[in-house]
Ligand binder design. Structure first.
Ligand code: PRF
Ligand code: ZN
Length: 373
């Protein structure tokens, strides 16, 4: 029995999109949902009150970063991340698998786990499926992720198969390490861009008692077409009665395409990272606030946006703040970008519940222009 009591509310005619909800120790989550990234137990340039103001339902935090600093003892002392950062809504922790494999020069991989050097002080650390779960238990997240091996999506069949089998053995060990903890645990489907391996991975993981299943190893070097194909292939082999989480995705158009292919949960640094570069999402594409053309602009970022930034401030003020590298500029843009994302998710969910997601999808697919960095 899943620890999340995942409840499907509605499936869309002509699409794999679905609306659902699940319950955690820190409240309910309504899907499809976007999770702002709070790597360091903070969403960059945001306050907890600001996150609530933009209706963030659940945050993502990173085991890897929090293990290195401040370390498990601090979380044990505080009884977990919720009291530490004063966030009383759900938190999902990523396992560290992705971060470790992004540091190829300073790690040693074995069956047991991964040895790597701390970016904080150079000390040697070891992360295993068991120690990742131990750290996630100390953090006290509502949803934990298994330690996995995320490889480039262009990896060969042989290399992918070896990594996938290791990920599967680590998934079994993670479930054992979870024991009787009330925290939920998600498995992660890998398999790069190999159809047989993606299918095998989904089938292996769905037979285990996970509370949800994630799709990993995408948005790491493949084309958009491949990403959509392998996302849809994975969801074809995942059970309907568990939440599905596409890790590290994505742009508004990627999210729309993935909801259409049956994904329920997303996380991505894009809205907060672009805010710090002075870039805002609008209903007509991206705006780069640092551009000189906004110096005298009295209009808001997006006239169609009800967020606190757009109701109070002009493009000229945001241009000035971002040109001056003022923290307030990053804060106001983050509020706007996160509100753009949560509104997109709310619209998607409403259209699924109303039974006309397909029409919404066809309209938005044209409106949401693809703009990559
Ligand atoms: N595994 C884990 N975290 C992730 C990924 C993954 O494959 C990705 C891939 N897009 C993002 N974050 N554990
Ligand atoms: Zn706004």
């Amino acid at each position: 029995m899943s620890r999340l009591a995942f409840t499907l509310e509605k499936e869309s005619p002509g699409s794999k999109a679905r609306a659902a909800h699940f319950t955690t120790a820190h409240g309910e989550v309504r899907t499809p949902v976007f999770m702002p990234v709070g790597t360091q137990a903070t969403v960059k340039n945001m306050t907890v009150d600001g996150l609530k103001a933009v209706d963030a339902q659940v945050l993502l935090a990173n085991t890897y970063h929090l293990l290195l600093r401040p370390g498990p003892e601090v979380f044990r002392k505080f009884g977990g991340i919720h009291r530490f950062m004063d966030w009383d809504r759900p938190v999902l922790t990523d396992s560290g698998g992705f971060q470790i494999f992004s540091l190829p020069e300073s790690r040693v991989m074995t069956e047991a786990g991964a040895q790597f050097r701390s970016y904080v002080d150079g000390a040697v650390h070891f992360l295993s499926p068991e120690s990742s779960i131990a750290m996630q238990r100390a953090i006290g997240s509502d949803i934990m992720m298994v330690l996995d091996q995320c490889i480039p999506s262009t990896a060969s069949h042989a290399e992918t198969e070896t990594a996938m089998h290791l990920t599967h053995r680590w998934a079994v060990r993670s479930l054992e390490a979870r024991g009787d903890s009330p925290q939920a645990l998600f498995g992660i489907v890998q398999g790069a861009c190999h159809r047989d391996l993606r299918q095998q991975s989904a089938e292996f993981l769905r037979a285990l008692p996970f509370d949800g299943l994630a799709i990993g190893g995408l948005a790491v070097g493949e084309t958009h077409e491949q990403r959509y194909e392998f996302c849809g292939l994975a969801t074809d082999h995942l059970p309907k009665n568990l939440p599905r989480y596409l890790m590290g995705v994505g742009t508004p158009i990627d999210i729309l395409e993935s909801v259409h292919r049956g994904v329920d949960m997303f996380d991505c640094i894009i809205p907060t990272q672009l805010a710090q570069r002075g870039t805002a999402f609008t209903s007509h594409g991206r705006i780069h606030c640092r551009r000189g053309i906004y110096k005298f602009a009295e209009t808001p970022l997006d006239a169609a946006c009800p967020c606190p930034t757009c109701t109070r401030y002009s493009r000229a003020y945001l241009h000035h703040l971002t040109k001056s590298d003022e923290v307030l500029g990053w804060h106001l843009l983050s509020i706007h970008n996160l509100s753009f994302y949560t509104r997109l998710m709310a619209e998607i969910r409403a259209s699924i519940l109303a039974g006309d997601f397909l029409a919404y999808y066809e309209r938005q697919r044209v409106a949401l222009v693809r703009e990559d960095e």
